[in-house]
Design a protein around this ligand. Structure first.
Ligand SMILES: [Cu+2]
Length: 155
């Protein structure tokens, strides 16, 4: 898996790699950054993988699949990989949910991404749209998310 924009580290989506550390080391992530998940389609020699989003921190921490939403199935990681653009201001909780959550729980295949503010033209426009009434609290909200993020990684 790679972060398309200036990625220092790149790693395929597979078992036994600590993606939480990866996400922490590659932070911050910005609005419109794109994550690319690359993994081999199911075969006799590879484990099937997938990409899910958890709706909240609790589901993420417990790898609870009940309300997890699949965004890429076992074959979508082939070729150039599955691309996912970061387009919202809430944390994203990614995981592979194969083997009934085993890849998430034991395989290390989960991580959290919090978007950080960006000063490019496109991003500034977006900020103007959503911050008309909340300009003062927006950065506070981001700080809270960010520190939650750091705290989780350090546990
Ligand atoms: Cu997996």
């Amino acid at each position: 898996m790679i972060l398309m924009h200036d990625a220092p580290g790149s790693e395929n989506w597979h078992l036994g790699f600590n993606y939480s550390d990866w996400a922490f080391q590659n932070a911050p992530f910005y609005f419109n950054d794109t994550l690319v998940f690359k993994y081999d389609p199911p075969s006799n020699t590879t484990f099937p993988h997938s990409v899910y989003l958890f709706p909240d921190r609790w589901s993420y921490l417990n790898c609870n699949l009940k309300r997890a939403k699949m965004i890429a199935n076992a074959t979508q990681g082939g070729g150039n990989g599955f691309e996912f653009a970061l387009k919202r201001w809430r944390p994203y909780y990614f995981a592979c949910c194969e083997r009934n959550g085993f890849h998430c729980k034991v395989g290390g295949m989960r991580f959290m991404v919090v978007e950080w503010c960006h000063s490019s033209v496109g991003i500034t426009k977006h900020l103007e749209i959503i911050t008309k009434e909340t300009s003062n609290i927006l950065f506070t909200i981001h700080s809270v998310f960010f520190f939650t993020f750091v705290e989780k990684i350090n546990v």
